[in-house]
Design a protein around this ligand. Structure first.
Ligand SMILES: C[S@@+](CC[C@H](N)C(=O)[O-])C[C@H]1O[C@@H](n2cnc3c(N)ncnc32)[C@H](O)[C@@H]1O
Length: 250
């Protein structure tokens, strides 16, 4: 497991004691209620078959996982929730676990699960998760191997550093950021362009970038599959700076 991933595991171990169903999933308190919008947005991007086998990687123990559980029951999906052990225990305590599978693991460092589930899932969701690893390509490739034919992998809510840099160096971005930070535009750091932002930015995972997204679109299309980068509905918490990568196995 890489260092960034170890830190993330520690962070979410601590978060597993939280009771707020929005902040436990890494969102801010003022994002409470936005999970319904996130799910509705996701639903426009996926088309699983009836009785689909679904895997949620980094499911969390918040509102989004609970919505997926509810939807799974009503749509007869066979859903597996995967996250670190503490989060899986927390999730189990929040829902009627009957009919669901739970996998306490750090993906893709879970060899038995990977070996036993090749070509098994019709839909794999990893929402707001991939930036916790320094090896996003291994994460994507391992998840892709678990897809059945025509299965879809949605790597959602990618905090793409280029996208954030483009936004924060634009006039709209500066206006929105000033309001969000309750300050004036002249007090914000000024970025010449996206590359200047990336040079100065210290907190984001710089591997989650245009190259990662574009390379995966080329790679999976060249292999004969479908791959798209999709924008998020403006009702979503980080829609200006995040996007979703969807790969469909053919
Ligand atoms: C920001 S939360 C998102 C939770 C949920 N997907 C949502 O959007 O509400 C990130 C979650 O991913 C989990 N996580 C991070 N890296 C992971 C990995 N490599 N394998 C499994 N879970 C992981 C964390 O434990 C945490 O629960």
């Amino acid at each position: 497991m890489d260092e960034l991933q170890k830190k993330s595991v520690q962070l979410y171990r601590l978060k597993s004691n939280e009771s707020n169903k929005t902040t436990i999933a890494g969102r801010f308190e003022n994002h409470t209620g936005t999970e319904e919008h996130i799910w509705n947005d996701l639903k426009t991007k996926i088309s699983p078959p009836n009785s689909a086998k679904v895997l949620d990687i980094g499911c969390g123990a918040g509102e989004l996982a609970l919505i997926l559980a509810k939807e799974s029951r009503s749509l007869d999906w066979k859903t597996t929730f995967l996250d670190i052990p503490e989060i899986i225990s927390k999730l189990k305590s929040q829902l009627d676990a009957e009919g669901f599978q739970f996998e306490p693991a750090v993906f893709p460092y879970c060899e038995d699960f990977l070996n036993n589930n090749k070509r098994n899932f019709d839909l794999i969701i990893a929402y707001s998760v991939i930036h916790y690893t320094s090896e996003p390509q291994s994460f994507i490739d391992a998840a892709f191997d678990l897809l059945a034919d025509n299965g879809q992998l949605i790597i959602g809510d990618l905090p793409n550093v280029n996208k954030k840099g483009r936004f924060l160096s634009s006039s709209l971005g500066r206006e929105v950021e000033a309001k969000y930070r309750n300050t004036t535009i002249d007090k914000l750091p000024a970025y010449k362009d996206q590359f200047d932002f990336i040079k100065q930015e210290k907190c984001m995972n710089s591997k989650i970038c245009d190259d990662l997204v574009m390379n995966n679109i080329s790679k999976y299309r060249e292999l004969g599959h479908e791959a798209h980068i999709l924008y998020q509905s403006p009702a979503l918490p980080f829609s200006y700076t995040r996007e979703d990568l969807v790969i469909t196995k053919r």
